[in-house]
Design a protein around this ligand. Structure first.
Ligand SMILES: Cc1cc2nc3c(=O)[nH]c(=O)nc-3n(C[C@H](O)[C@H](O)[C@H](O)COP(=O)(O)O)c2cc1C
Length: 188
């Protein structure tokens, strides 16, 4: 049982990272293993719109996304975390999301193995957790479009400004741990 964690925040040890580590703990407690990608540390390019993937089934851009594809292919579930930046997810995450286009076949059906679950974690400074629901929904739509199975309820950590804010919020830590357990249970 394997979970891939994609961390879209450049702030290592910040709120996204803290909550995704808790998701990982919850998943591990159920016997699962985790592979984590700090997207900001990778060599990533955006989709080049060349449509080579529609001919060959593979993305033509050779960068660290190749490792992410491999990890997703071998995983049971994916958890994606991002801070809200100007009302949306980070550019680092956006690069990877566009590259998931390679999972769509020429007829735009999905080549992803069925049944891969996903979890979403967003953190934001604003206190209203529903403020960026449109952004979360947009991300869920991308994942559904490329063939992921229904996601778990997104976790939104609102009112988190300083990098250590999530680490001091027991409720969010517990919710993140529970999300990890839920993703694992869904895979059993
Ligand atoms: C460039 C930038 C844009 C941001 N835009 C928003 C925003 O639109 N709404 C919001 O609530 N917080 C915004 N924030 C605050 C972050 O979402 C917040 O501090 C979050 O907890 C950072 O997560 P991290 O510690 O994982 O990096 C922004 C922060 C930065 C650096």
């Amino acid at each position: 049982m394997k979970l891939v964690a994609l961390i879209g925040s450049p702030r290592k040890g910040g709120n996204t990272d803290t909550l995704l580590q808790q998701v990982a703990e919850g998943y591990k407690a159920q016997g699962g293993e985790i592979q984590t990608f700090y997207l900001n540390e990778l060599n990533l390019r955006g989709c080049q719109g060349c449509y080579a993937c529609k001919k060959t089934g593979q993305c033509a851009v050779k960068d660290d996304t190749t490792e992410i594809y491999k990890a997703i292919n071998g995983a049971d579930a994916v958890v994606i975390g991002s801070p809200v930046y100007f009302g949306r997810f980070t550019a680092q995450l956006g690069l990877v999301l566009d590259r998931l286009f390679a999972y769509l076949k020429p007829d735009f059906s999905s080549s992803l193995a069925p049944g891969k679950k996903y979890g979403l974690v967003f953190v934001q400074n604003q206190p209203d957790p529903k403020l960026y629901a449109g952004c979360i929904e947009a991300l869920a739509q991308v994942l559904s479009r490329v063939g992921f199975a229904a996601g778990t309820k997104p976790l939104v950590g609102s009112g988190l400004g300083a990098a250590d804010a999530a680490s001091q919020n027991e409720q969010y830590l517990q919710n993140a741990y529970a999300l990890g357990k839920e993703l694992a249970t869904a895979n059993k």
